[in-house]
Design a binder for this molecule. Structure first.
Ligand code: DC
Length: 224
């Protein structure tokens, strides 16, 4: 069997701690595709707005920050306007800031446009909350990862990217639940599974098994 020449667009959505980051990275590595973590873009805009002293509920001002920003998202690093914020955006403060700016329709419109441009050529694995529903409704493959809240909180508490500043498991669980609730109930592009997305329930599964299942689904599509 030869490798498929088609360069697919792969959308991966799900709440925090569902495993989507690891799965998206692994699939991109396996296929030689670009990986884009759109959550990092919302985080970077939240970080930059705070740094500039912009109120996080000032929609026009935050949207202007997003519009003017230059992003570099390669090789696991996140750079906005020349500032490497790879580690700075993984703190409880930026968890909250990202969730705030992600509620603003004008900010979403700007970032969605940039995300579409990044994926215009295909050969991309994009992860987030609205990739299969809004950014790429025509994606070749749509996956929606989910897991029980306790397991998602445990994974987040053990995630080295979020280490250092992390509080105990109970605090992580409470904060995560509050943010998930905002993501799922906000008016603008709430976190919801696209009707044609394949649900992968990852509770109790080792991440290697989730990656294997996801790659299997992608390969079946590529062979069609
Ligand atoms: O995946 P994450 O935790 O890094 O995302 C940070 C925040 O951004 C989170 O509140 C969800 C939001 N987000 C979003 O609304 N849409 C996306 N495509 C990605 C993230």
């Amino acid at each position: 069997m030869t490798a498929s020449p088609r360069r697919l667009t792969i959308a991966i959505d799900g709440p925090s701690g569902s495993g989507k980051g690891t799965v998206a990275r692994s699939i991109a590595d396996a296929l030689g595709y670009r990986h884009v973590d759109t959550g990092a873009m919302y985080r970077a805009v939240g970080w930059r707005a705070r740094q500039l002293g912009v109120a996080l509920d000032d929609e026009a001002a935050v949207a202007a920050v997003a519009q003017r920003a230059t992003f570099s998202l390669d090789e696991g690093r996140v750079v906005i306007d020349g500032f490497d914020v790879t580690t700075a955006i993984r703190t409880p403060e930026i968890d909250r800031a990202a969730s705030s700016v992600a509620r603003l329709p004008a900010v979403r419109a700007t970032l969605v446009e940039r995300q579409r441009a990044l994926g215009a050529e295909g050969g991309i694995v994009m992860e987030g909350r609205d990739i299969g529903t809004v950014v790429f409704p025509e994606a070749d493959v749509k996956l929606f990862l989910d897991a029980a809240p306790e397991e998602r909180a445990r994974r987040r508490a053990n995630d080295p990217a979020h280490a250092g500043r992390q509080a105990g498991l109970d605090r992580v669980a409470v904060d995560m639940r509050a943010r998930d609730e905002l993501d799922r109930t906000r008016a603008a592009s709430p976190l919801v599974k696209a009707p044609d997305a394949v649900l992968i329930e990852t509770t109790g599964l080792p991440i290697e098994e989730v990656v294997r299942q996801a790659l299997e689904i992608v390969r079946r599509t590529g062979d069609r």
